[in-house]
Design a protein around this ligand. Structure first.
Ligand code: URA
Length: 183
């Protein structure tokens, strides 16, 4: 078992896939290491690549708004990505990049031991919940597996592209809050 600081060092020095050559900063997850609530998004965007911190760009503002809507902030949750490095041009993570990176997420999950894992968007939901997950149809539903509740919501950048999705996302966050309170 690794500590957070050890894992962060591994991530920052990682060269398991070619993204190591194009990244500016690897982006380790961050937040409350004791939280029951872990959010997993897709991969760092260009702002995150610059800052080395998850969700510092425009989608981060949407994420903070959704969290704030249930009375929470980043200090209350743990936030990470499937990929720790930015795919050039913001393309979808390749299967081999995900395979190279997934151990870091496994170790983060062992460290945090969340009661609820929330996938932000299709890529995370397909990696974590099921490979044929349909985000439009299945977002906001819960599945119990290995002592953990799993759910998915729209990715904040999908909400930026289509603001009509905001209301559904707020409803999904309300369900997450309810499940979190129920323990
Ligand atoms: N999009 C993601 O999936 N993750 C981030 O950290 C930022 C944007």
């Amino acid at each position: 078992m690794y500590t957070y600081e050890e894992l962060k060092k591994f991530v920052e020095h990682c060269s398991r896939c070619p993204l190591a050559r194009t990244r500016r900063n690897a982006v380790m997850g961050r937040g409350n290491l004791k939280s029951d609530l872990m959010f997993v998004a897709e991969a760092p965007g260009s702002s995150e690549d610059r800052d080395g911190i998850p969700f510092t760009g425009p989608s981060g503002q949407v994420f903070d708004q959704l969290l704030g809507g249930i009375g929470m902030s980043r200090q209350d949750i743990y936030l990470t990505n499937i990929l720790k490095c930015h795919p050039p041009g913001n393309r979808d993570p390749l299967p081999e990049e995900q395979a190279a990176c997934i151990d870091y997420l496994k170790y983060e999950t062992l460290l945090i031991r969340p009661k609820i894992i929330v996938c932000l968007g299709r890529i995370a939901a397909r990696r974590i919940i099921s490979e044929d997950y349909r985000i439009t149809k299945e977002h906001g539903t819960f599945l119990y597996r290995k002592n953990t509740w799993l759910t998915a919501v729209y990715h904040p950048s999908a909400i930026l592209r289509d603001p009509l999705k905001m209301q559904e996302a707020e409803e999904d966050f309300a369900k997450i809050w309810k499940r979190y309170r129920e323990g």
